[in-house]
Design a protein around this ligand. Structure first.
Ligand SMILES: Cc1cc2nc3c(=O)[nH]c(=O)nc-3n(C[C@H](O)[C@H](O)[C@H](O)COP(=O)(O)O)c2cc1C
Length: 275
């Protein structure tokens, strides 16, 4: 049941909601927007009808214009600010040994959850470690599992780099897996959704930018993702990630222990221009 409701007193019958509906299920036949009962199943819940209405007359799925932020005269970051945020983003591998305020962590996840999603399925799970004490336990478990694999000679081909990673941990306590981040976010997607992997990565990309805009540091934990999803499966269980979920990626985050003084230049992007 979509609960598609039009405030008839303020609707101006402009038809914008109908023309922007990706499923093309909103009809203007009666001059007021309607969705036929047999077409409701085709709604993907994107809520463009609510977002586009200039009068604030549309509600659907229990959400109306009051729930959103009005974009009339809103101070949205301009291209200059966004360019600077994108260019100043750095992978952080040095963290302060302290927990981030749980309210801020919750806000980061809530904002990141607004990312685009294939077919608007939004079937993502945000597995969150918001206490650095738990990271300590996970690190012990990850290195113990890796150690067992290495000792038994069962490290899969192509993953020999984990021998050096293990060595660095044993000899100098250098944590190349978690990079010393006090928090971890693993985003996974339901395997039956349209694009579990892509949804997870896009959401983490949004999370990273917003977290860095809030003064936090982040690191894409590629090595740890391999450990969780392939090498030490007990970690996936410990994290509570369901079997019917595909792991997108793991990202460490926390308060950085250093500042970067400038942006850097990258090689010009390789463009395949189609004539
Ligand atoms: C998919 C992916 C996986 C990554 N895995 C790791 C990792 O396991 N450990 C690490 O320290 N950095 C990791 N990084 C960070 C890259 O090394 C980093 O983005 C690159 O060196 C450029 O630095 P910058 O992010 O500061 O621009 C990863 C980045 C990406 C996009």
């Amino acid at each position: 049941m979509l609960d598609f409701t039009i405030n008839e007193e303020i609707c101006i019958s402009c038809g914008q909601c109908a023309s922007d509906c990706p499923s093309m299920i909103i009809s203007m036949e009666t001059n007021l927007p309607t969705i036929a009962a047999d077409l409701e199943q085709f709604c993907i819940g994107c809520m463009h009808c609510v977002a586009v209405c200039s009068e604030g007359a549309v509600s659907i799925l229990g959400y109306g214009p009051e729930e959103g932020i009005s974009l009339k005269n809103a101070a949205v970051a301009g291209p200059k600010e966004l360019e600077l945020l994108i260019k100043k983003r750095r992978t952080i591998r040095n963290y302060q040994d302290e927990n981030v305020d749980p309210a801020l962590i919750e806000k980061l996840v809530a904002v990141a959850s607004h990312s685009p999603s294939g077919h608007n399925d939004r079937d993502l799970l945000y597995t969150l470690v918001d206490d650095k004490g738990i990271i300590f336990d996970l690190r012990e478990e990850a290195f113990a599992g890796l150690g067992r694999l290495i000792d038994a000679g069962k490290l899969p081909e192509g993953m020999e780099m984990f021998i050096d990673i293990m060595e660095a941990w044993k000899t100098s306590g250098k944590d190349i897996l978690f990079r010393g981040a006090p928090h971890l976010l693993v985003v996974s997607g339901g395997i039956d959704s349209a694009a579990p992997l892509q949804d997870s990565i896009i959401t983490l990309t949004t999370f990273e930018l917003y977290a860095q805009a809030c003064g936090l540091g982040t690191v894409w934990n590629g090595l740890l993702t391999l450990v969780i999803s392939e090498l030490v499966p007990s970690l996936k269980t410990r994290l509570g990630i369901p079997d019917n979920h595909e792991i997108g990626y793991a990202m460490g985050f926390g308060r950085p222990a250093l500042n970067y003084e400038r942006t850097i230049e990258r090689k010009a992007p390789k463009i395949n221009r189609v004539a």
